[in-house]
Design a binder for this molecule. Structure first.
Ligand SMILES: NC(=O)c1ccc[n+]([C@@H]2O[C@H](COP(=O)([O-])OP(=O)(O)OC[C@H]3O[C@@H](n4cnc5c(N)ncnc54)[C@H](O)[C@@H]3O)[C@@H](O)[C@H]2O)c1
Length: 464
């Protein structure tokens, strides 16, 4: 249950005051922020404001000197007031002594830059310096938290490096805590807008970080606790998604110029599609199909071509849909030793999505045709779509139940997430199948149960 606040953040935002007054303080932590740029300064001041003792450290002495004189090294609305308030309260200090900052803290947050190098990769040289400093100064248990945006797998590497260098003296946990603030609204983003993502393989570290952010969470900020790889991936997925939306609208603006449409009206109209299909409801599957998306993306591309407008995002989306389907089949084949010839393949789901008998442009058509061409014997079941599919592919053996399709099957490929399939008795399936092989292209089965039953299986991005 949320605790009451003396002043809610919305009042703070309206009043233009430095920060919200949060009544519910966490157990104060001693935090060292390593790197006092846009992210480090905002996070440091914000964490001090919710009750922690924070030292913002940086290798640039001039920056620290300025901050100690109350001069901000960056422009960000509200940051000066927030910094001064927390310095005066004795919760926020600045230092160029990175080693001392590490030794004094129990939570260390890295916020150094990770700019792009000439190969398009993240330049991790500043982070390497931080790791060196950590190796030399980890004298007691500390939570080491990466706020810098780092390539997926970096936190695992940091853990390996520190464990190797420190040996039996190693006493730390690693947390990925990516930052989502936007310059210009960074304080608002820190205090109210953005989710807090913390990823770790240590329950202890997750609890410490959860406690650290508690006042924000009590005030309604969403906390996402996850594993390290997912936390790191959220950051890159988030930014790439934002970039895609911006580039898509830019792309459409050329189309609007050419056809005499108004881009702001188009974007406004299009934005309502978010209500029907918010991204949080999008689940991976065997690619989009049905009577609309394949045909209309193709038609829009054709319109662009006639007008000489490059709609490369739409083209990429169609290509991605195609490649994705081929990838699924490739992985399915690999579960079967790369050959399906003579094998009995059970297919659950023929319609392009659940709760319809529509098979127009259903992924099942192309995938089953490929399996049949490669010599597989396909046994399929769908609660509603078989009457339509038989008109297109007669070589399939149509079954009256999932169990009939699975009986003596060498593998199962799930293509549609009908509720009926989610109820499948996997223990029974394991008994009646000739081989325990499943590609669950709708993520309807619990991977840990499949593992327990000794299935060779794959799904779409759902770790266990
Ligand atoms: N700026 C943003 O809007 C934003 C938003 C979200 C995430 N991020 C990510 O956060 C990270 C930091 O971004 P930023 O914009 O704050 O960078 P920045 O360049 O403003 O700040 C980085 C700071 O790290 C300091 N530094 C370098 N090496 C150091 C070391 N060894 N020890 C201590 N300090 C050191 C630099 O002097 C600099 O002050 C990046 O990974 C960035 O991708 C940035």
């Amino acid at each position: 249950m949320r605790r009451p606040l003396l002043l809610v953040c919305s009042l703070w935002l309206l009043s233009g005051a430095a920060s919200p007054q949060l009544v519910d303080k966490p157990s104060p932590q001693r935090i060292a922020i390593l790197g006092t740029g846009y992210v480090g300064l905002v996070s440091g001041a914000g964490l001090a404001d919710i009750g922690h003792h924070v030292v913002c450290a940086d290798v640039v002495q001039e920056k620290i000197d300025k901050l100690n004189q109350g001069i901000m090294p960056i422009y960000e609305p509200g940051i000066k007031d927030l910094v001064i308030k927390n310095v005066e309260a004795g919760r926020l200090t600045f230092s160029s002594d990175v080693a001392q900052a590490i030794r004094d803290a129990n939570v260390i947050i890295t916020a150094v830059g990770t700019p792009m190098n000439e190969n398009g990769e993240a330049d991790l040289s500043a982070l390497s310096e931080v790791i060196k400093a950590l190796c030399q100064n980890l004298t007691s248990y500390k939570v080491i938290c990466t706020k810098s945006t780092v390539p997926i797998g970096t936190n695992k590497k940091i853990k390996e490096i520190l464990s190797t260098k420190l040996g039996s003296n190693a006493s730390f946990d690693i947390v990925s805590n990516p930052e989502f603030l936007r310059e210009g609204s960074a304080l608002k983003d820190f205090f109210t807008t953005n989710p807090i993502v913390i990823g770790s393989d240590s329950e202890k570290a997750l609890n410490i970080m959860e406690d650290l952010y508690k006042p924000l969470v009590d005030n309604g900020v969403t906390l996402i606790k996850t594993d390290i790889a997912s936390a790191e991936t959220i950051k890159y997925a988030w930014n790439s998604y934002s970039a895609t939306k911006i580039a898509y609208v830019d792309e459409l603006s050329h189309l609007c110029n050419a056809v005499g449409a108004n881009i702001s009206t188009v974007v406004n109209g299009m934005s309502f599609s978010e209500k029907l299909l918010p991204v949080r409801n999008v689940k991976p599957g065997p690619g989009f199909g049905g009577s609309c998306l394949p045909k209309d993306t193709a038609a829009l591309l054709a319109i662009g071509k006639k007008l000489g407008i490059d709609l490369s995002i739409i083209a990429a989306v169609r290509k991605s849909n195609e490649t994705h389907r081929q990838e699924i089949l490739k992985e399915f084949y690999s579960l079967l030793g790369n050959s399906v010839a003579g094998k009995k393949i059970a297919i659950l789901g023929l319609s392009f999505k659940a709760n319809t008998d529509d098979i127009r442009y259903s992924p099942a058509i192309e995938m089953i045709q490929k399996l049949l061409n490669d010599g597989a014997k396909v046994y399929a079941y769908d609660p509603q779509a078989m009457n339509n599919m038989v008109k297109i592919i007669s070589e399939i053996t149509y079954c009256s139940s999932p169990e009939e399709a699975l009986d003596h099957a060498d593998a199962l490929l799930v293509l549609t997430d009908w509720d009926e399939f989610k109820q499948l008795d996997l223990t029974h399936a394991a008994e009646i199948m000739a081989q325990r092989v499943i590609f669950d292209a709708r993520n309807i089965f619990d991977p840990s149960q499949l593992a327990q039953l000794d299935f060779s299986f794959k799904n779409l991005g759902y770790a266990y």
